[in-house]
Design a protein around this ligand. Structure first.
Ligand SMILES: NC(=O)c1ccc[n+]([C@@H]2O[C@H](COP(=O)([O-])OP(=O)(O)OC[C@H]3O[C@@H](n4cnc5c(N)ncnc54)[C@H](O)[C@@H]3O)[C@@H](O)[C@H]2O)c1
Length: 248
């Protein structure tokens, strides 16, 4: 088994693929990784997006296995490898359990769970073969505390992501493949604006020990740590980034 000793938070020479790359967190992560020396391919639903200087963009729908495989095959044909996979694509709903429809459950599980399964099942075996890979998924504080402003389908989908990443961590460890999960509290992106729905969110002063909601750069720095050699003795973890809202 290859030894990966811990080192600086540099991604020099690495190829990183990011889903949800046009969203708040995904875009910040793409730019942070690009600044750390990675070649970044950001993906999202929209046809055209300018994510940032030097960042390649490819549109695709994470719920489709065929589209996922096609995009990853194209990236590997062009760059020869994918070292880092970060999965940020996600959707949310607040509907209470008794009112939640099959369609809503299907939509949320499809993007939030299958959207992680699809890229992971394509890349995990390839990373194992190469003897290296860092896989990171956006989970949520919701998987631990039952949700801040989310409905049960979202909470269940994120719990599935945390569990699946632990499976990958365990299976990948002997092959040099790492898997970790981010567990953010409320982060001020389009998704948070969507859940608070134009109404004013509860004051961060009273709900967040550190006195503010998160921003996308808070998440990007944690992602950089977990995808760089700085975290080479960390796998299967779920990193709480919540201003102290959740303390393990
Ligand atoms: N914002 C928060 O408070 C918060 C907290 C905890 C976890 N998260 C999770 O972090 C991740 C990133 O969230 P964000 O806050 O940046 O939200 P965001 O809405 O800004 O970004 C999510 C992105 O996912 C993309 N997406 C949705 N469905 C897709 C599909 N079928 N195919 C491809 N792309 C698709 C959207 O277009 C969007 O750009 C999500 O998984 C979210 O559940 C967010």
């Amino acid at each position: 088994m290859a030894q990966h000793l811990s080192g600086p938070a540099s991604l020099e020479g690495q190829v990183a693929l990011i889903t949800g790359g046009a969203g708040g967190m995904g875009r910040a992560i793409a730019n942070a990784f690009q600044s750390a020396g990675a070649h970044v391919i950001a993906t999202d639903r929209a046809e055209h997006e300018d994510i940032g200087p030097g960042i390649q963009y490819r549109p695709y729908d994470v719920t489709s296995r065929a589209e996922t495989d096609k995009v990853i095959d194209a990236v590997i044909a062009e760059h020869g490898k994918v070292d880092i996979l970060v999965m940020c694509a996600g959707i949310i709903a607040r509907t209470p359990l008794g009112d939640s429809s099959d369609d809503e459950w299907d939509a949320i599980m499809s993007v939030n769970v299958r959207g992680v399964v699809n890229p992971a099942r394509k890349l995990f075996p390839l990373m194992c073969e190469r003897g290296f890979g860092k896989i990171l998924a956006a989970g949520s504080i919701a998987a631990k505390n039952g949700g801040v402003a989310s409905g049960p389908a979202y909470v269940a989908s994120k719990a599935a992501v945390h569990g699946m990443m632990r499976w990958i961590a365990k299976a990948g460890a002997a092959h040099g493949v790492y898997a970790n999960t981010l567990a953010p509290g409320p982060v001020e992106t389009a998704m948070w604006a969507n859940v608070t729905g134009g109404t004013s969110a509860p004051s961060a002063n009273t709900t967040v020990p550190l006195g503010r909601y998160g921003n996308a750069d808070d998440i990007a720095q944690a992602a950089l740590f977990l995808c760089s050699p700085a975290s080479n003795w960390i796998t299967g973890t779920s990193l709480d980034i919540s201003g102290g809202m959740w303390m393990n």
